[in-house]
Design a protein around this ligand. Structure first.
Ligand code: FPP
Length: 247
């Protein structure tokens, strides 16, 4: 693999700390290949595996993958069940590789709403990898950006009632502590595959200043080369955070 060494196209010094990806287009990929939708998800899981590997190798701090949204429960039951089984299988199969590659596995979302067997696998792998200090792989599962904000407010209110947090002291930094992503840097680069120009309720608070990279490539076709292209484009951008250039 050409990414084993320094890559000319990207500057190691200006890597995004946190990359977040909306992995879209599995269904369309399956249709194009005259396969069942679940085969598209299976191919999507294989693409995810490669991207995790390359992010680890590049020294990216955090990779957040949108694997199952709260809205996804609205899909046909058979597809939801198949996705849950695939997730369980993926987490179980990858656990040892994650340990071996120093990846710290985490999950964000309303995890208590996932099937018990998926939760078991999740917590098992989270436990197995918690001592690792390489890439943080954050899987967004039963995740919604708005519900994350509601959950943060719900977690915050008891602290206000107890008096350990004063309303006047509440600021953005304090609020951040109650989000699922507490302690993690905000995404610098947000990638969406399959061409849709939407955030789809993903990391709404955290993506305030994320650089967006939207590609028509369907997720199962998204390769490390496409990732490098996105990172190279990110590195050419001038991030102003609302200020004027040169400030
Ligand atoms: C969107 O494609 C993808 C999903 C809803 C699920 C993402 C899941 C995976 C990539 C597999 C599991 C991944 C991991 C990391 C375990 P879509 O079905 O909305 O595609 P479409 O818009 O073309 O129908």
């Amino acid at each position: 693999m050409q990414y084993d060494n320094e890559n000319d196209a990207i500057l190691k010094a200006r890597l995004p700390r946190h990359i977040a990806i909306i992995m879209d287009g599995n269904g369309r990929w399956a249709r194009r290949h005259r396969l069942h939708r679940i085969e598209g998800h299976r191919a999507g899981a294989a693409a995810a595996k490669e991207i995790v590997r390359v992010c680890g190798k590049l020294g990216i701090q955090v990779l957040t993958l949108y694997a199952f949204s709260i809205e996804n429960w609205g899909r046909p039951k058979a597809e939801v069940n198949a996705l849950m089984m695939l997730l369980e299988e993926y987490i179980q199969k990858e656990a040892q590789e994650l340990v071996a590659h120093n990846v710290q596995f985490r999950a964000i979302g309303r995890l208590q709403g996932l099937p018990a067997s998926v939760q078991e696998r999740l917590y098992e792998t989270i436990g197995l990898t918690q001592g690792n200090n390489g890439l943080i792989l954050n899987l967004a599962l039963n995740y919604g950006g708005r519900s994350e904000i509601v959950d943060a407010v719900q977690a915050m209110i008891p602290e206000i009632q107890r008096g350990s947090l004063k309303v006047e002291e509440l600021d953005e930094e304090t609020f951040d502590r109650f989000l699922y992503t507490a302690g993690l840097p905000d995404p610098d680069l947000l990638i969406r595959t399959s061409g849709e120009m939407r955030l789809s309720n993903f990391l709404l608070w955290q993506s305030a200043y994320a650089e967006l990279w939207i590609t028509p490539i369907l997720w199962p076709d998204f390769t490390p080369e496409h990732l490098m292209e996105a990172i190279a484009a990110y590195q050419k951008r001038e991030r102003r955070f609302g200020r004027t250039s040169g400030e």
